[in-house]
Design a protein around this ligand. Structure first.
Ligand code: G3I
Length: 365
């Protein structure tokens, strides 16, 4: 239980007393900090965030209470950091890094090479590019900018897509079309050249649940990682995004455990990088949705945190407050989605308790 004094210590001087009082019924009494529970077991707990969120003092308090690591949700993606070719601006992510380090938190980077969230000029330039410098120059600039201060980088994001029909299960992105499968290895070598210390992560989704397409994704991911390791590529970890579905999909605990054991056997670490649970596709009432979300999260975390190579758990947002319903109809019918540890008023959800329980039950690293 975080004491009121500690809470005030976190959020500063006496003027915040009123805020702490406002928060008292929700956060200060929400049980132990998730950061403390994680660190007691040699793990990190954190979340994706953005500068506009941190400007809200009640949210800042919630984040400081629960998080030991943060990642920019979108402010370190190339559409924002290089809007015009060669004109780079990392100021938004710099502000998040400064916030993290000011509060003794780790900071991770997301992402350097992705088929999405690129500036409009990039894809045509890549198609016409004479060589890989169209992405290695960016990688070197971004990674050098944060060298020595970055916990880990999602160097390549979402490069597999078995439904694209490639034998190796790779996504037919414009990167693959122009440079072939070697773009992935090249990206990791460029990142390592620029920062000898950051943990270099391959990050992807759809590796946790039941069904033939998830089986195919797990096979493709493992094949990619084993190949990279055999070629001496400096990949250090798999990032499991862990975007789950409460009513539409189900965690395959047996296959997930087997997959993570195979990843561990390669010597790679594992980070849970973007965990949330979609509450769509089920009944409208909050109690049923919250319960199903918490159960799905627990089913996943009991397996993922049991693997000793897992070192961090980040959710993709800490509160439902900043989530946008898919449509006006959804807003009318169901309101804001309920997918995260805190609801829109920063009240702890059953998912937060599921995470706390899973952290309590995790083996100490
Ligand atoms: O903040 C600007 C706003 O000023 C502007 O008016 C508005 C319209 O252009 O855009 C706003 O930025 C948007 C940002 O989200 C904040 O809402 C970007 O356009 C939009 O592209 C961005 O979407 C992000 C998306 O990735 C694409 O980058 C989402 O926040 C983010 O949750 C989502 O995250 C991805 C991971 O990176 C990869 N894994 C899947 C995950 C969920 O889709």
């Amino acid at each position: 239980m975080i004491s009121r004094r500690a809470a005030l210590g976190i959020i500063g001087a006496a003027p915040m007393v009123a805020l702490a009082e406002q928060l008292r019924p929700s956060l200060v009494d929400a049980g132990p900090s998730l950061r403390a529970l994680a660190e007691a077991r040699g793990l990190l707990f954190g979340t994706a965030t953005a500068n506009f969120e941190l400007r809200q003092k009640d949210f800042e308090f919630a984040l400081l209470r629960d998080c030991g690591i943060i990642v920019p949700e979108y402010e370190l993606k190339r559409d924002l950091t290089e809007p015009a070719q060669g004109i780079m601006d990392f100021s938004a992510a710099d502000a998040l890094l400064d916030f993290a380090h000011r509060h003794g938190m780790f900071f991770r980077g997301h992402t350097l090479v992705w088929y999405a969230s690129n500036p409009p000029w990039l894809e045509p330039m890549a198609a016409a590019a004479p060589d890989e410098r169209i992405f290695t120059d960016y990688i070197r600039a971004a990674v050098r900018h944060y060298a020595g201060r970055m916990h880990s980088w999602d160097v390549v994001n979402e490069a597999i897509e078995p439904r694209d029909g490639n034998g190796d299960g790779l996504r037919k992105s414009f990167w693959l079309s122009r440079f072939g499968p070697s773009y992935i290895d090249t990206a990791f070598h460029a990142a390592r050249d620029a920062d000898p210390s950051a943990l270099l992560v391959y990050n992807d989704y759809g590796l946790e649940e039941e069904g033939p397409i998830f089986d195919a994704r797990r096979r493709s991911a493992l094949k990619l990682l084993e190949g990279m390791i055999s070629r001496g590529v400096p990949v250090g970890a798999l990032g499991l995004q862990a975007h789950l579905g409460a009513f539409t999909r189900r965690v395959d605990q047996r296959k997930l455990e087997a997959f993570l054991n195979e990843v561990r056997a390669t010597g790679l670490r594992i980070l849970i990088t973007e965990h949330d649970v979609d509450d769509g596709g089920g009944p409208v009432d909050f109690t049923t949705r919250d319960r199903a979300v918490a159960d799905a999260s627990r089913r996943f975390l009991d397996v993922a945190l049991d693997n000793r190579s897992t070192m961090a758990l980040l959710t993709w947002g800490l509160t439902d407050r900043y989530l946008k319903p898919e449509s006006t109809r959804e807003q009318i019918l169901r309101g804001t989605p309920r997918m995260l540890p805190l609801d829109a008023t920063l009240q702890p959800t059953p998912m937060r308790e599921a995470i706390a329980q899973a952290l309590r039950g995790a083996r100490k690293r």
